[in-house]
Design a protein around this ligand. Structure first.
Ligand SMILES: Nc1ncnc2c1ncn2[C@@H]1O[C@H](COP(=O)(O)OP(=O)(O)O)[C@@H](O)[C@H]1O
Ligand SMILES: [Mg+2]
Length: 416
């Protein structure tokens, strides 16, 4: 089964064979191994076919092995430390095992994992990978736009259900993550030491430096750091390609950036044009409103306060502010004021209208600021950061005269 180029996986595959034999209580062998990941991806994903499976066994499994981050889609040039890499792996494992343990089907089934060999064995969701990238990047037409809305509705429903199902279960998640890797780094918070850097950036670009602005930044840090009634398992990288979309069913994959945090950090992904993703574009407002309603309807089944407009809108504004702060950080780290940056693109179908050469970063910053300004103004929260964002947006538009707001996903480009 192993050839020259895959011989280095021998020990890992032998280990996986042992582990799965114990799991199924029967000696198994793998008859074939297919590498699914492209060579420059940060993880190795292998499909392992089980030789002669019994009726209780799946025909194949997915083995995902972590590797040092190659940063293909990432924005910073720093390479990942070993602790960061192992933390990313441990969170992926913990998220999928946790979702299995609570009896949900949001993620693939979890079978086993090995810290020594740094792999997890999970359910194989199928040979082709239909994701949201397909429906969102097709040519614009009435039918295609309708199909994309159905896909987005399935995505928002799944996200809302996952958040609702995971509410109140943080200690189980923590115990799984700690068992896997006690030093695991947590995500979805803004470290306190960043406060002065954020304020410095705002002062430099907009001249804003009031005490009120400082207090608002502290409140946003507090929002992202302290558990609240909206504390659920946040996926953290809920991108169009991190889902499997089959027969109107969505399953979520790739939990490397999952952690407990405020639900709306995921919940505003569409509004903030998919902030952590290479496949980042906007949807028309009517579609956005419909999708957010679908999400909220699911969320409020468990998070009762999500039914209260004032409280919900406040979470929404703070979650958008959280992503604006992340955008401000990338503005600085990527030196975007001086240079545009074209983000790498992942695989797309042959009939996709996605244009990798146009996957620029500056439009994301403009649109995220615009989205925050509009909801903060409407709800009346964070007036100082909103004012600073208005000034920053004007400054950026003046300095980047050729940069426009982010485009709609290709499938929606016919719509006004
Ligand atoms: N459970 C699975 N079943 C089938 N294919 C999978 C599964 N998990 C991952 N893959 C394939 O591997 C690719 C990378 O997996 P992902 O978990 O997203 O890793 P990465 O962190 O490298 O993006 C996916 O886009 C998908 O094509
Ligand atoms: Mg992925």
């Amino acid at each position: 089964m192993l050839n020259e180029s895959t011989a280095h996986y021998r020990e890992m595959i032998e280990d996986a064979t042992r582990v799965m034999s114990v799991h199924f209580n029967k000696a198994i062998h793998f008859s074939e191994m297919i590498q699914l990941s492209e060579p420059d991806r940060r993880n190795v994903v292998l499909r392992l076919l089980i030789d002669n499976p019994t009726t209780e066994m799946p025909k194949s499994l997915i083995l995902k092995k972590t590797a040092i981050d190659k940063k293909k889609f990432d924005t910073s040039n720093d390479s990942e430390t070993e602790i960061e890499q192992l933390s990313r792996f441990a969170r992926d494992w913990a998220g999928i095992e946790f979702l299995e343990k609570i009896g949900s089907t949001h993620a693939p089934r979890f079978y086993a994992g090995s810290m020594e060999h740094q792999y997890i064995l999970i359910e194989d969701l199928g040979t082709s990978h239909p994701s949201l990238v397909g429906p969102l990047t097709l040519r614009a037409s009435f039918e295609n736009a309708q199909a994309a809305e159905i896909a987005l509705a399935a995505y928002m429903t799944r996200l809302g259900k996952m958040h609702a199902d995971t509410m109140g279960k943080v200690s189980l998640f923590n115990s799984i993550l700690k068992r896997i890797y006690p030093q695991a780094k947590r995500v979805h918070y803004i470290p306190q030491p960043d406060e002065s850097k954020i304020l410095e950036q705002l002062k430099l670009l907009t001249g804003d430096e009031s005490q009120e602005l400082k207090k608002e930044i502290q409140d946003i840090i507090e929002f992202a750091t302290s558990p609240s009634d909206f504390n659920v398992l946040v996926h953290g990288d809920i991108c169009p390609d991190n889902v499997y979309y089959q027969e109107s069913e969505i399953r979520l994959i790739d939990f490397e950036f999952c952690d407990y945090g405020n639900a709306l950090i995921d919940g505003v992904y569409l509004r903030m044009s998919m902030p952590s993703c290479w496949c980042s574009k906007a949807v028309p407002n009517t579609v956005l409103n419909h999708m957010e309603l679908i999400y909220r309807t699911e969320l409020k089944k468990a998070v009762l306060l999500a039914g209260d407009d004032y409280i919900y809108d406040k979470q929404l504004v703070f979650a958008c502010a959280y992503w604006v702060i992340k955008a401000l950080q990338s503005l600085h780290e990527m030196k975007l004021i001086e240079n545009e940056w074209i983000c790498g693109s992942g695989p797309v179908d042959a009939d996709s209208e996605w244009k990798p050469e146009e996957n620029a970063f500056r439009p994301r910053i403009l649109s995220r600021l615009g989205a925050f300004i509009s909801c903060a103004t409407k709800a009346g929260h964070l007036p100082e950061l909103c004012g600073a964002s208005i000034r920053l947006l004007a400054y950026l538009k003046k300095n980047w005269p050729e940069t426009k707001d982010i485009d709609l996903y290709p499938v929606f480009r016919d719509e006004k």
